[in-house]
Design a protein around this ligand. Structure first.
Ligand code: SAH
Ligand code: SF4
Length: 378
C-alpha cells in the first residue's frame, strides 16, 4: 500500500532581520505586520542605541508585540571570530557572516574621535593593482544587515552602548573591503542608520564614503543620502591611473572630477572632497606627478590625503620614502592645497588600508590569474 498523504515538510521559517532596515524601511515593516509605524523609532533605539537584540528587553513595547516580534523577527549581526589589537590601540575584527565567510572591520581610537572602517563587499571587482582586497577576487555584496551589523557588533563588543549611553563611535569610513558604490542599495540604508538620531546619530560630515570613482553611483548617491566623499585618485593622468585603478578606463579622470563637483554641489554634508593618493615608490610619487596633480585638481574643491602604501605579501610595489612623501606634499601645499599625510595605523596587525583581506571565496578566479608587472612611470 502506498501512502497517498502529502509529504510533510517542516516549514523553514526565516525570520526578518531588523538590521536590514533604516527608519523608513522599519516603518514599512511595522505596517506590513499590522503595527503602528511609530514603533520603528522605538525599536531602532533599542537595537542601535542600547545594543539590544532580545525583544523581551524592549520594555516600552506591549507584551503582545514583543511575543509577535519574537515569532517573526530577529536582530542578527555578524559574530566576532577574532580580534587583534595593535600597539597603537587599533583593533582589527574578523567577523563571521552567516554564509560562513569572514569580513574585516577596523576600530581606530584617537584622542578626540573613534573611527570604524567598515566593509561593503566580500572582496572587490575593481582590481586596483596596489590593494590586497583586490587580490582576493570578489564573492558577493554585503547585505544592509551585514554592513550596519559591523557597527552594531563592534559597538556592543566594546561595551560602549547600553551601559553608559555614550556614543561608541564618532566617525565611520566606508574604507574596508569592497567598492561601496557597486553595492549602493545596501550601503545607503546602512549609512542612513549611521546618521539617524534614533540610531547612531553621527554627523553627516563624519560618515565618509570612499570610492574608486564609479560615476553613475556618485550621481545616484547625491540624490539618496548626504555623506562626506573621499575619492581614490592615486594618479594625476589617465595613462597611469588606468594601470593602478583599472575602472579608470571606463570612468576617466576629467569626467570623474566633474562628477565629484556635481556631488559636492548637490550635498549638504561637505563642500570639498578628500582626494586619496597612495604613495607608490617610483610609480606615482615624482615632482612631475605632484605638479600634474596640482594642475588636474585645480577646479575641484578638495583636500589631499597622502597615504603611505601598506605592503602585503607578493605585492610588486613599495612605499615611497618619507622624504619623497614630504617633498610631494610640499609641492601640493605650495600650489595652495591642504595636504594631510595619513598616519599608518595598525600596520603590525595588517589592519592598515588595503591590507584587509578576509577569507574570500573568489568567484572571479582572480587569484589564479597571472600577475602582469606594472612598469614604473617616471
Ligand atoms: N573601494 C573603495 C574603498 C575601500 S579602499 C576605494 O577604493 O576607495 C580604501 C582606501 O585604501 C582607498 O583609498 C584605497 O585606494 C586605499 N588602499 C588600497 N590598498 C592600499 C594599500 N595597499 N596601501 C594604502 N592604501 C591602500
Ligand atoms: Fe576595490 Fe578599493 Fe581595493 Fe580598488 S582600492 S580594489 S576599489 S577595495
Amino acid at each position: 500500500m502506498t501512502d497517498t498523504a502529502p509529504a510533510q515538510t517542516a516549514a523553514v521559517q526565516t525570520k526578518t532581520n531588523l538590521l536590514n532596515f533604516d527608519r523608513l524601511g522599519m516603518e514599512d515593516y511595522f505596517r506590513s505586520i499590522g503595527e503602528k509605524p511609530f514603533r520603528a523609532s522605538q525599536v531602532l533605539k533599542w537595537i542601535h542605541q542600547h545594543g539590544v537584540d532580545d525583544f523581551d528587553a524592549m520594555s516600552n513595547l506591549s507584551k503582545d508585540l514583543r511575543a509577535k516580534l519574537k515569532d517573526v523577527a530577529e536582530v542578527r549581526a555578524p559574530e566576532v571570530l577574532f580580534e587583534q589589537m595593535s600597539d597603537d590601540g587599533t583593533i582589527k575584527f574578523a567577523l563571521r557572516l552567516e554564509s560562513g565567510q569572514a569580513i574585516e572591520t577596523v576600530y581606530i581610537p584617537e584622542a578626540n574621535r573613534s573611527t570604524l572602517c567598515v566593509s561593503s563587499q566580500i572582496g572587490c571587482v575593481v582590481d586596483c593593482s596596489f590593494c590586497s582586497t583586490a587580490q582576493q577576487g570578489f564573492n558577493r555584496n554585503l547585505t544592509t544587515a551585514e554592513i550596519i551589523g559591523q557597527v552594531w557588533r563592534v559597538a556592543k563588543h566594546l561595551g560602549t552602548i547600553g551601559q553608559t549611553g555614550e556614543r561608541p563611535l564618532s566617525n565611520v569610513v566606508m574604507m574596508g573591503m569592497g567598492e561601496p558604490l557597486l553595492n549602493i542599495d545596501n550601503v545607503v540604508p546602512a549609512m542612513s542608520v549611521m546618521l539617524d538620531d534614533f540610531a547612531y546619530g553621527l554627523s553627516k560630515r563624519r560618515v565618509t564614503l570612499s570610492t574608486s570613482g564609479i560615476i553613475p553611483g556618485l550621481d545616484e548617491l547625491a540624490g539618496r543620502i548626504d555623506v562626506a566623499l573621499a575619492l581614490s585618485l592615486h594618479a594625476p593622468n589617465d595613462e597611469l591611473r588606468n594601470q593602478l585603478v583599472p575602472v579608470n578606463r571606463k570612468y576617466p579622470i576629467t569626467e570623474l572630477l566633474a562628477a565629484c563637483r556635481r556631488y559636492i554641489a548637490n550635498t549638504n554634508a561637505t563642500n570639498r572632497v578628500t582626494v586619496e593618493y597612495v604613495m607608490l615608490d617610483g610609480v606615482n610619487d615624482s615632482d612631475v606627478h605632484a605638479r600634474e596633480l596640482a594642475k588636474v585638481l585645480r577646479e575641484l574643491p578638495c583636500k589631499i590625503n597622502l597615504i603611505p602604501f601598506n605592503p602585503f605579501p607578493q605585492t610588486r610595489f613599495a612605499c615611497s620614502s618619507e622624504e619623497r612623501i614630504d617633498r610631494f606634499g610640499q609641492i601640493l601645499m605650495q600650489a595652495g592645497y591642504t595636504v594631510i599625510t595619513r598616519k599608518t595605523r595598525g600596520e603590525d596587525i595588517d589592519a592598515a588600508c588595503g591590507q584587509l583581506a578576509g577569507k574570500v571565496l573568489d568567484k572571479t578566479r582572480r587569484a589564479q590569474r597571472k600577475v602582469i608587472p606594472i612598469l614604473p612611470v617616471a
